[in-house]
Ligand binder design. Structure first.
Ligand SMILES: Cc1cc2nc3c(=O)[nH]c(=O)nc-3n(C[C@H](O)[C@H](O)[C@H](O)COP(=O)(O)OP(=O)(O)OC[C@H]3O[C@@H](n4cnc5c(N)ncnc54)[C@H](O)[C@@H]3O)c2cc1C
Length: 385
């Protein structure tokens, strides 16, 4: 067992940290205020290889795997959690899934653009009335012989109106369910009958675009099918077991941001003639932040190590995600308390941390759903994939 980073991992960490400080940090306040998605940040991430983890080099991959990926994502998400979504939205969502299930033609057509940042990616599962119960989705893809016809709508899709390419899950067999879904890879620049509506009412994650997609007799080519017809549910679960690492790492990083910010504030803020960090009650709060930060981080590394070594990782991924959410929400709460009135002001990031932390309890499987996965595997009711 090795708790240190390799030389290469340290270089990745330094590079990602520098990137986040130079390219993301200067715009945080402006982008928060305007709910602005800065496309050029994704382009730069692609140029630096930050979108190409575990992707074969022949399709533009960076030659590195899960341990390096979570190390880089952690540094980015610590500065602003919205930007962690680009790694899931481009790499672990569409590119990685196309690499696993796609034809050679699909791989060549889509993966290099997703990895280089030329394309913005997305994946669309959720619908207005279908969240946790993925098998109950209603959007249909009808086989019309020489094309598929999509009808229905998707909700809460990250990058839905800004993406070029994305995966869409839809019903292809009467009744849908676990055996009735299929996965499609869609080039949004080249289709008609799809309306993409931005959602502006989110509580947090303001610079990360979220959308509703409405498909009305939307014709997509026959070769848009990804993997086998009827295997969409399995593909979706395989994909989520990867993209969830984005949530797990992002939430652990957010907990760390809260801890680091609060510790700095404790040494600056003077009350009763001394830094507030000298009070034992505050020291215990800082200790709690540190405990949560470390536990969340090492659970992420364990899950990444299992993936890297192609060992069953589903339970470890769910544990890292549930624990990370808890650490982020508790961390943001504690940070806001420690910053006092300034924590409640928009001059400091506590409000953003708290708003952004709450997302993790819901997306890519709510905490209840992940507790079900963890317990179900532990009890032997389901395999640990
Ligand atoms: C910012 C953001 C970005 C998102 N991005 C995407 C995206 O890119 N692509 C995409 O497809 N989706 C996306 N989503 C949707 C997200 O994945 C869903 O919100 C999530 O799967 C939960 O579904 P739901 O919100 O409909 O909640 P529901 O499923 O309606 O759950 C409501 C409540 O009931 C509980 N519950 C439901 N079923 C059970 C059960 N069996 N046991 C115990 N409790 C249960 C839940 O835990 C929750 O507390 C995004 C959401 C947000 C907020």
């Amino acid at each position: 067992m090795d708790f240190g980073l390799t030389e290469e991992q340290q270089m990745v960490q330094d590079m990602a940290k520098r990137f986040a400080e130079d390219e993301i940090a200067p715009y945080i306040e402006e982008d928060e205020e305007n709910h602005h998605y800065r496309r050029e940040i994704l382009t730069k991430m692609g140029e630096l290889g930050l979108l190409g983890w575990s992707i074969p080099e022949e399709y533009g991959g960076n030659g590195m795997g899960w341990m390096e990926a979570v190390t880089a994502l952690y540094e980015i998400a610590k500065v602003h959690t919205s930007w962690r979504l680009s790694i899931s939205g481009n790499c672990w969502g569409p590119a990685f899934t196309i690499n696993e299930y796609g034809t050679e033609e699909q791989k060549q057509k889509y993966i290099p653009g997703l990895v280089s940042g030329e394309f913005v990616g997305s994946f669309a599962i959720t619908e207005a009335n279908v969240g946790s119960d993925v098998g109950a989705m209603k959007t249909t893809a009808e086989d019309k012989g020489d094309h598929w016809l999509l009808n229905g709508s998707k909700m809460w899709i990250s990058g839905g109106h800004t993406c070029d390419v994305g995966l869409v899950y839809a019903v292809t067999r009467e009744g849908g369910g676990v055996k009735g879904l299929s996965c499609f890879v869609i080039d949004y620049r080249d289709i008609e009958g799809c309306e993409r509506i931005p959602i502006h009412s989110k509580v947090g994650m303001w610079p990360a675009p979220t959308s509703e997609l409405v498909f009305e007799n939307c014709k997509i080519p026959k070769d848009a099918l990804l993997g086998e017809e009827g295997k969409g549910f399995q593909i979706c679960m395989w994909m989520l077991n990867n993209t969830r690492m984005g949530c797990a790492t992002g939430s652990a990083a957010l907990a760390a941001a809260c801890g680091e910010g609060a510790a700095q504030y404790c040494n600056e803020r003077i009350q009763f003639g001394q830094p507030i960090g000298k009070f034992q009650a505050i020291q215990h709060q800082i200790a709690t932040l540190k405990l949560e930060e470390d536990a969340a981080k090492y659970l992420v590394y364990r899950a990444a190590w299992l993936k890297e070594n192609k060992l069953p990782s589903q339970q470890a991924t769910s544990i890292a995600k549930v624990y990370g959410c808890k650490a982020a929400v508790e961390g943001a709460n504690l940070a806001m308390k420690i910053y006092g009135a300034y924590g409640y002001s928009t001059e400091y990031p506590c409000g953003r941390w708290l708003r952004d932390a709450k997302q993790f309890e819901t997306l890519e499987g709510t905490s209840n759903i992940h507790m079900g996965i963890i317990g179900g595997i532990e009890l032997g009711y389901q395999p640990n994939r």
